[in-house]
Design a protein around this ligand. Structure first.
Ligand code: URA
Length: 434
């Protein structure tokens, strides 16, 4: 079939066969099918959806587009965590060293910013010299020896996802259960892991905004993982406001360091420990959740988790000294504090708007080739439920683009809704999907 015919079939809402999906994915990965036809197919899938069989076939084609890792030589449990994407979500950066100190091997393949959401790779690359493109051999060595390696679709791991991900990022085709499922699960299956915990975000800053959609995504991800023999669990967590206070790349890296030094925001630490506990309980089914949380708190409080992060950074070519002296990091040229002009309580935060504001400030991409301004970003002055008086800091913007800061500053206060009385805040850990 011609790519044209495959696009047309999906645009009419018809089911694609595994062969058709594979033919398209192979053709795109090899460069025979151009971006414009692939964008059209992605939009058709986005609008018309895919059933379970099509989603599995898409996952398989993306997985088979590259190499798969084998960690059978690992001495301990091999696991990973992945988030469906949100704003201020830096959990992976904390979780990987914590798990490694506790004996779990973490071969983590992360993504770049996608749509309004930030990406772990962009955050890691804000550390001068940090290399997320290690050779597969070097990555494997790090995972076996240090228990952790933090990379992108390095070498030939899921090259199809690498290309599709960048295209989805700029064509508004992210918010789709089959596309997210195949993207995440192809990478995770390629890692050769035994256990996987998925952080499925729900709320106005998530790709799936309602609990119903988030549940459907969680079920889709879990069923693919189990189908490939991986112990898989999903935890639905709240994304009706950014996680922690920092949004951006370096600012999030800095907040991750604070978290690993025992000074992290409560919500960030709670999600980290919850997901970490799920991995520890997979590795040791006798382990009790409270013990799993306390074990993690211990390795944060005694400094071992931060030491591990410094070691990973050094081994991946980064400068660990900047994490110990973050005040030396180049500052954004323009810093603007946006204040409240009314009083009351923060009743709602438009998290999606904050994510897009981050892109405008330079922390994300508008087109595939956009460079990232690593020092740009935002710090939340208020979170849901906080009391507000006129003149209080709502948010502070950092950017090297003066015009962008002015544009964002003129509108960003609209992302905060005030109420006279405190509104109930949504639960952070919403539910588990087994
Ligand atoms: N994370 C991914 O790796 N892919 C998606 O599509 C969404 C989040």
């Amino acid at each position: 079939m011609l790519p044209y015919q495959i696009i047309e079939k999906k645009s009419k809402g018809e089911k694609l066969s595994a062969e058709e999906i594979n033919e398209f994915i192979e053709g795109y990965t090899a460069g025979r099918i151009p971006d414009y036809q692939t964008s059209a197919l992605l939009m058709a899938i986005f609008i018309k959806g895919m059933d379970t069989e099509e989603t599995l076939a898409l996952t398989k084609s993306m997985l088979d587009s590259g190499d798969k890792m084998d960690f059978s030589a690992a001495t301990g449990f091999v696991a990973d965590k992945h988030s469906t994407g949100g704003v201020g979500d830096k959990v992976s950066i904390l979780l990987a060293p914590i798990m490694a100190v506790l004996g779990i091997h973490i071969p983590m393949i992360s993504g770049r910013g996608l749509g309004h959401s930030g990406g772990t790779l962009d955050k890691l690359e804000s550390i001068p010299g940090f290399d997320v493109n290690l050779s597969l051999d070097r990555w494997r060595e790090l995972v076996l020896e240090e228990k952790v390696g933090l990379v992108g679709q390095t070498g030939n791991i899921c090259p199809a996802d690498k290309k599709l991900y960048s295209l989805r990022d700029v064509t508004a085709t992210v918010r789709s259960i089959p596309l997210i499922s195949a993207s995440i699960m192809s990478k995770k299956i390629a890692e050769g892991i035994q256990g996987l915990v998925l952080d499925v975000k729900t709320g106005n800053g998530a790709f799936m905004q309602t609990l119903e959609e988030s549940r459907a995504l969680a079920k889709s991800l879990v069923s693919i993982g189990k189908g490939y023999g991986i112990q898989t669990k999903a935890v639905i967590t709240d994304m009706n406001q950014p996680l922690g206070l920092a949004i951006g790349n370096w600012v999030e890296m800095k907040e991750s360091v604070q978290g690993l030094q025992g000074n992290g925001p409560e919500d960030l630490m709670a999600v980290t420990y919850e997901l970490g506990a799920q991995i520890l309980m997979m590795a040791d089914p006798q382990m009790d959740k409270q013990d799993a949380i306390e074990l993690q708190q211990q390795v944060v409080n005694d400094g071992r988790a931060f030491e591990k992060l410094l070691r990973i950074v050094e081994l991946q070519g980064g400068d660990p000294r900047i994490l110990e002296t973050p005040e030396k990091y180049p500052k954004a040229a323009h810093v603007v504090r946006v204040n409240a002009d009314g009083s009351g309580f923060i009743a709602a935060i438009d998290t999606l708007a904050l994510g897009f504001a981050g892109i405008e400030l330079g922390a994300g991409r508008r087109v595939i080739t956009d460079p990232i301004d690593h020092s740009s970003g935002m710090y939340m002055g208020k979170k849901l439920g906080d009391p507000v008086s006129p003149g209080d800091e709502l948010i502070t913007l950092h950017s090297n683009d003066a015009a962008a800061v002015d544009r964002v500053a003129a509108q960003i206060a609209d992302a905060f809704t005030l109420s006279e009385k405190p509104a109930p805040t949504p639960p952070l850990i919403v539910e588990e999907i087994l």
